[in-house]
Design a protein around this ligand. Structure first.
Ligand code: MRU
Length: 369
């Protein structure tokens, strides 16, 4: 997507220096636009863990380059199979909820385990990582095309009055490679002159909505309004929301959707007010091996300080301030599960389907189970 006049992806590889991969430092946004160079498995692990890079598809793509760096670390003394499987296990342990992490690492490892495959281990790992980036970019473009139809329908129904879309967290191009998942239909509608307006949940505790989604929409000139996480229900009751579109970190074969904490509450309010609730996601975020999201998806718990403190900019510096009495204990669950019964549909690269086992298995029958 464009920043000023320059096109950017959230991660890119520069052939002129094959020892590095570049990413946008999402910890510094929206206050500073800075990029970071990753050069090793450890730097990839840290960038995912401290959320320099975040968002399911980008976490997967970044980890794929982590395996590439592991191949670059091989010496004549290295036990290759052991070294690579240790690196894979280490990277997969970084964050537990987004299935893209293990999917991408295992995808690259499979490519390396094929004996008669052409090219060196590093060439194969790099090729696989770059293919994941290209595929995720194309997935999001297709999600944009399919989701656009939903927005067009509402727009026609409203005689071209702005379509009000509520979104939670950041499922934008920063969280993917380009276009985004939940945001792609919005960008495509806006680019086609269809009036849209986005209600952006701040998304405590790390404020991915306030910081990243608002920044993306501002760059693209899409009208938006920042709201507290607790405002969505009221706006829905007041008929000020036409559709809710969020991303997903992991969706089960039955249609249960794991996403940023607070998504479930938006789905409940949408259901109670008869407002369509869609999760937009690439097939790399669908785990067909699990069927019960509540029982089988691991919910990340992060540092309680993310809850007791809040980050912002003052005097030109990013500062963190405490918002509660000293010594307050806090719980910090990163994700929740929206059961399939509250999901109107899934917007995927292959089209829109209902959040049912029948529809998902029909649409992704070729995907390993
Ligand atoms: O903790 P984060 O910022 O990685 O959480 C991100 C989300 O919950 C996104 O909605 C999800 O990963 C989908 S990104 C297309």
């Amino acid at each position: 997507m464009k920043i000023g006049s320059q096109n950017y992806q959230s991660i890119w590889f520069d052939e002129s220096d094959p020892a590095i991969v570049k990413v946008i430092d999402q910890q510094r946004l929206p206050f500073f636009f800075e990029t970071k160079e990753l050069r090793s498995v450890d730097e990839v692990f840290t960038a995912i863990e401290d959320m320099t890079v975040r968002g399911a598809p980008l976490i997967g793509a970044t980890a794929a380059f982590g395996i590439y760096f592991a191949t670059l670390e091989i010496t004549t003394q290295t036990n290759i199979r052991e070294h690579l499987s240790n690196a894979a296990r280490y990277l997969i342990s970084c964050r537990p909820t987004a299935v893209n992490l293990s999917w991408a690492v295992n995808h690259v490892m499979k490519k390396l385990n094929i004996d008669n495959e052409e090219g060196s281990l590093s060439e194969r790992a790099l090729k696989a990582a770059l293919e994941i980036c290209d595929k995720e970019k194309e997935n999001c473009r297709q999600i944009g095309n399919h989701g656009l139809k939903l927005i067009e329908e509402i727009s026609n129904r409203k005689d071209r009055a702005p379509v009000n879309i509520l979104t939670h967290c950041n499922a934008g191009w920063l969280a993917c490679i380009d276009y985004g998942t939940a945001t792609a239909p919005v960008y495509f509608a806006h680019d086609r002159g269809i009036p849209v307006h986005v209600w952006v949940d701040e998304t405590r505790p790390r404020n991915q909505g306030a910081k990243l989604t608002a920044w993306e929409l501002k760059q693209h000139g899409v009208p938006y309004t920042l709201i507290t996480d607790n405002s969505g229900g009221h706006l829905m009751q007041q008929k000020m929301v036409d559709i809710v579109i969020t991303g997903s970190d992991c969706t089960t074969r039955t249609g249960d959707v794991a996403n940023k904490i607070g998504t479930y509450l938006k789905a409940l309010a949408a259901f109670d007010n008869g407002i369509p609730f869609y999760a937009a996601l690439p097939s790399s975020s669908i785990d067909l091996t699990i069927s019960d999201g509540l029982k089988e998806i691991k919910i990340e718990e992060r540092n309680p300080e993310e809850v007791t403190h809040i980050e912002g900019i003052t005097d030109g510096k990013i500062q963190s301030v405490r918002i509660c009495p000293e010594g307050t204990s806090a719980a910090n669950y990163g994700f929740d599960i929206t059961p399939a019964r509250l999901v109107t549909g899934l917007i995927t690269e292959r089209g829109i389907c209902r959040a049912t086992e029948k529809d998902i298995m029909e649409m992704f029958s070729d995907k390993p189970k």
